[in-house]
Design a protein around this ligand. Structure first.
Ligand code: CO8
Length: 377
């Protein structure tokens, strides 16, 4: 491997589903579900053997998280108090899968921005917090639908999948094994969120992001050189989903709560904040960078207070909305795609030589940071 070869992000794309659920709509549906449950279990509630389901509140959601709405693939199923999860049509094996379909939209936009054809891509990494099947890899289906060359594979590091994917692609470019890659993050969070749990029913939305990475010396247009990357993990059960292929063998095919997203939000908040703040500080120090060297922070989008805290720790002062853009209010938490939405929508104004940091964090625990510098444009 030679240090002279560098990777650059030359294109980005965001596919946003057309359906929106506001906090108010969500709370109306949740409260209708709660009322039905409570009526159904009235006798047990009176006997003290069943805990009533409390109402949710749009004011709580906004103040606790900063989220105002979320995009989803299907709102009718989510808002149906008798269902409370999306209704997506079954697809024949020969038809494009749900994740691959979203991915093609985001990748097409990213390729157009990079000004290259799909045939010039050597690797497709589908990096997301859940994949709709075990195999064949969703990435290989995306490769076929786009018509890219080379190889493709899936990876999953939950909320940090995008930055870990960028590190994998950029390292392969630096090592000389590929020239160009797409890292794509189709996140259908609505399908593995438990919409019947008041503590978390408001957190997630659906989206797909993609970035094109190229060998810097092959790129001609405006881009962001990937200067350095750092990934870290530390095992924690505080964000967990127990669904998996061993369910049948354990006779556990029932609709158990832990087959969807489960978290201890308070503990995640307390434990992840210091981990991420220290991770970014160490990364910058090892690169000889100061906070003043960063024009922008594109942070993971889980919780506004979390981002405000990290921004203050990294910069040593309260970042402006321009320095640390939030997209959480519109998209909610979109797992691995959040920091890339922020990057895609809030990076075009940087001028040549200006630097920024992409950082994602979440389940695992996991944290990934990428320092980039604007070149050209
Ligand atoms: N409406 C009204 N009241 C509520 C509601 C609600 N919806 N929910 C909770 N409350 C109540 C609680 O019961 C509690 O009441 P009391 O004080 O009487 O006990 C009070 O409000 C406070 O509750 P919390 O302590 O739970 O509230 P917090 O201030 O901690 O806020 C958050 C909750 C917003 C969840 C916050 O803890 C948080 O954001 N934590 C960090 C979460 C995080 O970053 N997680 C990362 C997970 S994402 C990831 O890694 C990817 C996983 C894969 C994707 C999965 C897709 C589905």
């Amino acid at each position: 491997m030679t240090k002279d070869i560098r990777a650059a992000i030359t294109g980005s794309g965001v596919f946003t589903p057309s359906q929106v659920i506001t906090n108010d709509e969500l709370v109306v549906a949740f409260n209708a579900y709660a009322d039905r449950q409570n009526a159904l279990h009235a006798d047990e509630i009176a006997a003290g053997t069943y805990a009533p389901v409390p109402h949710s509140s749009a004011d709580f959601i906004k103040s606790a998280s900063g989220i105002e709405q979320r995009f989803v693939l299907d709102k009718s199923g989510v808002l149906d108090p008798d269902r409370m999860y999306p209704r997506l049509s079954a697809r024949a094996d020969d038809d494009p899968g749900q994740m691959a379909e979203m991915a093609v939209h985001a990748c097409t936009d990213a390729l157009a921005m990079a000004g290259i054809d799909a045939g010039q891509i050597d690797a497709v990494i589908c990096a997301a917090s859940n994949h709709e099947r075990a195999y064949p890899a969703v990435a290989i289906e995306i490769q076929a639908l786009l018509g890219t060359g080379g190889f493709a594979f899936d990876m999953n590091v939950a909320c940090s999948s995008a930055t870990f994917g960028i590190q994998a692609a950029a390292d392969m470019i630096r090592a000389g094994s590929i020239r160009r890659a797409i890292v794509v993050n189709p996140e259908i969070c609505s399908a593995h969120l438990e919409w019947r749990d008041r503590d978390c029913h408001f957190i997630f939305g659906d989206v797909c992001t993609a970035v094109v990475l190229e060998r810097d010396d092959l790129a001609t247009g405006p881009r962001f050189t990937v200067d350095s990357m750092r990934c870290a993990t530390q095992f924690s059960n505080n964000i967990r989903n127990n669904d998996g292929f061993l369910r049948r063998t354990r006779d556990q095919m029932d609709d158990r709560r832990d087959m969807q997203f489960v978290q201890n939000g308070r503990r995640v908040f307390k434990e992840v904040l210091p981990m991420v703040s220290a991770h970014i500080a160490d990364h910058l120090a090892d690169e000889g960078l100061n906070a003043d060297d960063l024009k922008r922070l594109w942070l993971h989008q889980a919780n506004k207070s979390m981002n405000d805290f990290i921004g203050r720790k990294v910069l040593g002062r309260t970042p402006t909305a321009e320095e640390q853009p939030n997209i959480l209010q519109d998209y909610a938490n979109t797992s691995s795609a959040g920091s890339i939405i922020a990057f895609a929508k809030h990076s075009a104004d940087l001028i040549s030589g200006e630097r920024g940091l992409i950082c994602s964090f979440g389940a695992g625990y996991s944290v990934g940071s990428v320092v980039v510098t604007r070149k050209g444009g």
